[in-house]
Design a protein. Structure first.
Length: 412
């Protein structure tokens, strides 16, 4: 198979050349120049009731195998976070089991692991500040007992309960005082969760950043870093330049990560990205290039993936999980394109087609022939015949994919 059939918003089919998989090598030693985590998704059982509102039935073999895939490329795993469908289908019982199982797997191979700590196991919509603190602590203790690192996620309960920046400082103070090891704070923007508007006490980014920085400064011994997911590179750089030396900036900007990770004359961001769940080989190869001091190779490898990530995370951004699972299916990491809560239906066929096109052009298809076969089967299931497009293209001459050709020249 040498061609790939794509579908446009009008239903028209066209073909591009199927690119070969890039020849990236797994690292022989730990990555040095950047700390990088891929936020991993969960794989449900294909025969389960994967419909809205139903409890998650996880395929643990496939879910944990994906984490080993990430570790094999030298990246850490960020688990039980937004990418794993927190607040979008992953129920409390499944979340606890995921944390325990992932922690055990990480320990078995020495893999780096951080997991999300939130208040979302409490079903009540409204909590007092004291109840928010207690809920955070309950998940914190479970996570620490399991042996995983902590990402202190933004809480919808806290966003509803807090009346001022001081309320945020109080809650974070008490939760951080209860932590036995330094944690990563998470600032999640409204593109990812509209219910977090006004987090850290203000809808103005600069004012909210002041509260965040005050929390970090007041608890420098308990905060190892912050993950910013605002999709605002300038805001991230501004906060990054004001962090204490003990705290890392972990970019959560799936639109602008190439430049943020490369950095500038003042500093750089490390990474904790849902995008890297789709791009573990590419991300690893790019950081290996930085380890060698080869910035040009870093850019050549990672820059082509940014348009793909921007498509996966296109508005409404909170449906990006669909693209993550879709690419995992294309790449053979799960047997079926199924998601907890039926979220596999959250993106249109033309949207997924654009993901296929950009993945092909950026070297994100790990097994191109398998990806093409699965994608073409999906088109057929939806009443579109790839053979028709292929025959039409053949009569007009073999198509070329300029983006894939350019990538091949750069990587050669």
């Amino acid at each position: 198979m040498t061609s790939l059939t794509l579908v446009g918003a009008d239903g028209a089919l066209r073909t591009v050349q199927l690119a070969e998989a890039p020849t990236f090598s797994k690292p022989r030693r730990p990555l040095q120049s950047r700390v990088a985590y891929a936020a991993a998704h969960v794989v449900p059982k294909g025969h389960a009731d994967n419909t809205p509102g139903q409890p998650a039935e996880i395929d643990w073999d496939a879910t944990l195998a994906f984490r080993h895939h990430v570790w094999s490329w030298g990246l850490g795993v960020a688990d039980a976070m937004d990418t794993a469908q927190r607040n979008m289908g992953l129920d409390a019982a499944a979340t606890r089991e995921l944390i325990s199982r992932s922690a055990a797997e990480a320990a078995s191979v020495g893999g780096a692991l951080v997991v999300g700590v939130n208040t979302d196991h409490v079903e009540a919509e409204h909590l007092s500040l004291d109840e928010v603190i207690d809920a955070y602590k309950e998940q914190l203790h479970h996570t620490e007992d399991a042996g995983a690192g902590v990402v202190l996620m933004a809480s919808r309960h806290l966003a509803r309960a807090a009346q001022s920046a001081d309320d945020y400082r109080r809650v974070y103070r008490e939760v951080l005082d209860a932590a036995s090891t330094p944690v990563v704070l998470h600032w999640l923007g409204t593109a990812f969760d509209p219910l977090l508007a006004g987090y850290f006490g203000s809808e103005a980014t600069d004012a909210a950043a002041e509260t965040l920085l005050a929390i970090i400064d007041e608890h420098a011994d308990r905060v190892q870093g912050v993950k910013m997911s605002l999709l605002d590179a300038d805001a991230e750089i501004s906060v990054r330049r004001r962090l204490p030396e003990s705290a890392r900036m972990f970019t959560g900007d799936d639109f602008h990560y190439v430049g943020l990770i490369e950095g500038d004359e003042v500093g750089h961001s490390d990474a904790l990205l849902g995008a890297f769940s789709c791009l573990a080989p590419n991300a690893s190869a790019a950081i290996q290039a930085l380890d060698r001091g080869d910035v040009d190779a870093y850019r050549a490898i990672l820059a082509p993936t940014e348009p793909l990530s921007q498509q996966v995370f296109a508005a409404p951004t909170y449906y990006y999980k669909t693209g993550v699972a879709f690419l995992a299916w294309l790449n053979g990491h799960q047997a079926a394109f199924q998601m907890v809560g039926g979220l596999h239906a959250a993106r249109s066929l033309p949207h997924l087609s654009r993901i296929v096109e950009l993945a092909n052009a950026s070297g994100a298809l790990e097994r191109p022939e398998l990806a093409a076969a699965r994608w073409h089967a999906m088109l057929t299931l939806n009443g579109l015949d790839p053979a028709v497009a292929a025959a039409s293209a053949a009569s007009d001459g073999e198509p070329t994919d300029a983006a894939a050709d350019d990538r091949a020249e750069v990587l050669a």
